[in-house]
Design a protein around this ligand. Structure first.
Ligand code: BGC
Length: 789
């Protein structure tokens, strides 16, 4: 291939496809979102879930799949997705997403498995193995340090080395080491000052050299910052491809010696290997309809496995079949079963909770009770209250509506909509028999919990979620889901609540690795529902703990679990390691093993879990190595992070524990970590200063420049008009409309240069630069630059 051809191969041909070179028998690949289904777009393409896609199975989103803690199930779902990809001629599925839930406010938490990196990594690896078994490839995303939506294309995540290695990277590491994903997708943001697309340490030193990744690295859509630096960093494929916007620059860089052709050859080879690995799909299944029907059943099984029973006062649940029900809540009729954005799937079938009840022949009345928009509607509310029958059990379906969580923007509250809380209060005054079914893809505050007798959290449960919720309520299936993120009592209890999202352009991760249960545990703060929590209709007893040393730092932990309750069910056994030494700072305990067991009533099963050096080690930034401190380590086995049933301890040889020279906060977690505290773990850094008029660059967004520049004010208004036209009913800007809000964030608050990548056409790099020059008032310089090659 000529140099031009090789450069051309390294960027996409169209929104979803790579380039074909028939003269060399190189076929094109089709890449497609999910990842909880296949979002194959045959018509107009977009990366935010706006235009149509073909009908495929909509499985529950990752937050629910995480709550199953079921590796075998995730492999099964992965395989099903792989088969659907084959059916739709898709070669690579853009997922799974394994970013850490640094804050419950992050708008995209529903697309991620957990606040725990070990659990996320293990589940991702299981899912990937399933997909790749079919010959379809995956793209683990978004690598790395992307835990917010605000300014996601330009924010700079400042993460200290230990937090990075021990908390933000391990999910990727486990997925890479255990499942060798075909591709890894770099994130949009900067990590410690360098865009992920240009980050050699991340994409080559860590990913390939340390972890042994052999696949291709691709950009997130429009994430390419500097293509020349990208090649040097090990970024192979630029998507969607920017219609060759970078090609000439790269060509010149090779000719001038600024970039070695060997860098390009390396990426070309990796892309060819990717093509070789994923282009030749096996034969399609004979009967697609039959396959989709089977996958619908699998989606139901997944939703059953991830529904979390949060409360069940005096065994109020399960329901009996002849119980008369009053069902209230618009969400019972109009299900919210997946999240907004690039992961949006067009389901093959869809069942609401009311459909689920009908399947059981339930005797019920229904009242909407509230509107999905967060507005009071007295009529709906009063009709629901008046409709509650004397002896009926009330089931109220509540939770986050679309506008509350989405790709593209973060949440600002952990509350469910006010109109629903009001409904709950009124119901509680009317009857004592209320069961709540909750939907939503991330943690919420639950101060209303005392008003209900039972609560089943169904998250975003996919196309069969309505059926699964009924299965769980009637006890056809026993709930076994466990939370994979802590539910705090209130937002202000979250360690980073006071600074998360406040200044999204440069984000010091002040709390280091102390998020989720790693924070709450050590800070001694009560929570509403701890990590790993979930009730069952049966009970489990743990005994016979034995810890056997295999080698110095390797152990096998054995125990017996008995279902000593009245019904069949599943338990998630969780293994935490708690370092007792007083050297390097760290969490009180961390998840290092788990197993999901299915036990009939009365059945007893043995469990064996392995621990190795990494289960005990911390990352030492000085030696750039994983070290173990000499001393005691507790081995804790429990049914949740707060319900430890068995305990043992082991002694490990290692380095002598020595306290790190960092501020006390990282040892005590008292109060809120200050910037000064953070600098003691991170080192010094230059604060970001937003450039003002005269100093704007193509790194600034239209939103950032609009109040200082007439040109960008007009530009902003034009974007608003165009987006409103395609998203709102009356064609006027409406920030309460989720699609409008998401698109505005995406179109107006990203570095303006990304417009040349995502909407190539009129907005070329050259024209964008001219606009910025004009906004700076540099007319002569701007036009001179514009007309100079
Ligand atoms: C998202 C990715 C997605 C891509 C393609 C981006 O905006 O961040 O997760 O795979 O679009 O739709």
């Amino acid at each position: 291939m000529s140099l031009e051809e090789k450069i051309a191969l390294c960027s996409g041909a169209s929104f979803w496809m790579t380039k074909a070179f028939p003269q060399y028998e190189i076929p094109a690949l089709f890449l497609s979102d999910g990842p909880h289904g296949i979002r194959k777009q045959e018509g107009e393409a977009d990366h935010l879930g706006l235009n149509a896609s073909v009908q495929t199975t909509c499985f529950p989103t990752a937050s629910l799949l995480g709550a199953t803690w079921d590796e075998a199930l995730l492999t099964e779902i992965g395989e099903a997705l792989g088969r659907e990809a084959i059916q739709e001629d898709v070669n690579v599925i853009l997922g799974p997403g394994v970013n850490m839930k640094r804050s419950p406010l992050s708008g995209r938490n529903f697309e991620y498995f957990s606040e725990d990196p070990y659990l996320s990594g293990k589940l991702a690896a299981s899912w990937i193995k399933g997909v790749q078994r079919t010959g379809t490839g995956v793209s683990v995303k978004h690598f790395a340090g992307n835990s917010q939506e605000a300014k996601r294309m330009s924010s700079d995540s400042l993460i200290d080395e230990r937090a990075l290695r021990e908390y933000y990277l391990p999910a990727f590491e486990i997925a890479v080491k255990e499942a060798q994903p075909a591709t890894v997708m770099c994130s949009y943001n900067k990590l410690n000052g360098t865009y992920a697309s240009d980050h050699r340490e991340l994409l080559t030193d860590i990913l390939r050299e340390e972890w042994g990744f052999t696949g291709a690295v691709i950009t997130d859509w429009g994430a390419m910052n500097n293509r020349i630096e990208g090649f040097k960093a090990g970024l192979d494929l630029e998507m969607p491809g920017s219609k060759g916007a970078f090609d000439e620059l790269v060509h010149q860089a090779v000719l001038s010696g600024q970039l070695s052709e060997a860098n390009i050859d390396q990426s070309v080879l990796r892309i060819l290997q990717l093509i070789e690995r994923t282009a030749n799909h096996p034969e399609k299944q004979g009967n697609a309809q039959q396959m989709y029907n089977q996958h619908h059943e699998l989606a139901r099984k997944a939703a059953q496995g991830g529904g979390v029973l949060l409360k069940n006062e005096n065994s109020f649940l399960p329901l009996s079949k002849d119980q008369r029900l009053s069902v209230i809540g618009k969400l019972a009729e109009q299900p919210r079963y997946q999240g907004t954005g690039s992961s949006l799937v067009n389901p093959t079938q869809i069942y609401s909770f009311l459909d689920g009840l009908e399947q059981y022949g339930a005797d019920f009345s229904f009242f909407a009770g509230y509107e999905l928009e967060d507005a009071e509607n007295e009529e709906l509310l009063e009709a629901a209250i008046a409709g509650v029958e004397q002896d009926a059990t009330v089931i109220v379906v509540i939770g986050l509506t679309e506008i509350y969580e989405s790709e593209g923007f973060d949440r600002t509250t952990l509350s469910i909509p006010n109109n629903q809380i009001r409904l709950l209060s009124r119901l509680a005054e009317t009857t004592g028999n209320v069961i709540a079914i909750m939907v939503g893809g991330s943690a919420v505050e639950t101060p209303w919990m005392e008003k209900v007798r039972a609560c089943l959290h169904m998250q975003l449960s996919g196309q069969a979620g309505g059926l699964a919720a009924a299965d769980l309520l009637y006890g056809t299936v026993n709930p076994s889901g466990k939370l994979t993120e802590t539910f705090p009592l209130r937002l202000s209890d979250v360690v980073n609540a006071s600074y998360y999202g406040v200044d999204p352009k440069q984000v010091p991760y002040r709390e280091s690795m102390f998020t989720g249960y790693r924070y709450f545990d050590k800070a001694g703060k009560n929570v509403a529902f701890p990590f790993g929590f979930g009730l069952s209709y049966t009970t489990f007893a743990y005994d016979q703990l034995q810890v056997e040393r295999l080698k110095d730092n390797e152990f096998v932990v054995r125990l017996e679990v008995t279902n000593n309750g009245p019904s069949d069910g599943a338990e998630v056994v969780q293994l935490y390691v708690s370092r007792q030494t007083q050297g390097a700072y760290g969490p009180l305990k961390e998840l290092k093993g788990f197993a999901k067991l299915f036990l009939t009533s009365g059945e007893r099963q043995s469990v064996a879990l392995q621990l190795d050096k990494r289960s005990f080690a911390f990352y030492d930034p000085d030696s750039r190595d994983w070290l173990v401190e000499q001393g005691e380590y507790k081995i804790l086995l429990g049914s949740s992070s707060a319900d430890i049933r068995l305990e043992s301890s082991v002694h490990l040889e290692g380095i002598t524990p020595e306290k790190s020279a960092v501020n006390e906060w990282y040892y005590t977690l008292e109060g809120i970590p200050s910037l000064k505290d953070f600098k003691s773990v991170y080192g010094d850094f230059k604060p970001f200063i937003m450039p003002g008029k005269g100093r704007f660059t193509v790194e600034c967004s239209v939103f950032e420049m609009k109040d200082h520049s007439f040109i960008f004010k007009q530009f902003y208004k034009a974007i608003e008009r165009v987006i409103a036209k395609s998203t709102t009913a009356d064609g006027k800007p409406d920030y309460a409309n989720v699609h409008f809000k998401m698109l505005m964030a995406s179109a107006s608050d990203n570095p303006i240069r990304t417009m040349a990548l995502l909407s190539p056409g009129f907005l070329t790099f050259r024209r964008i630069q001219l606009l910025v020059d004009l906004a700076n008032g540099h007319w002569i310089k701007g036009f001179r630059r514009f007309f100079t090659k």
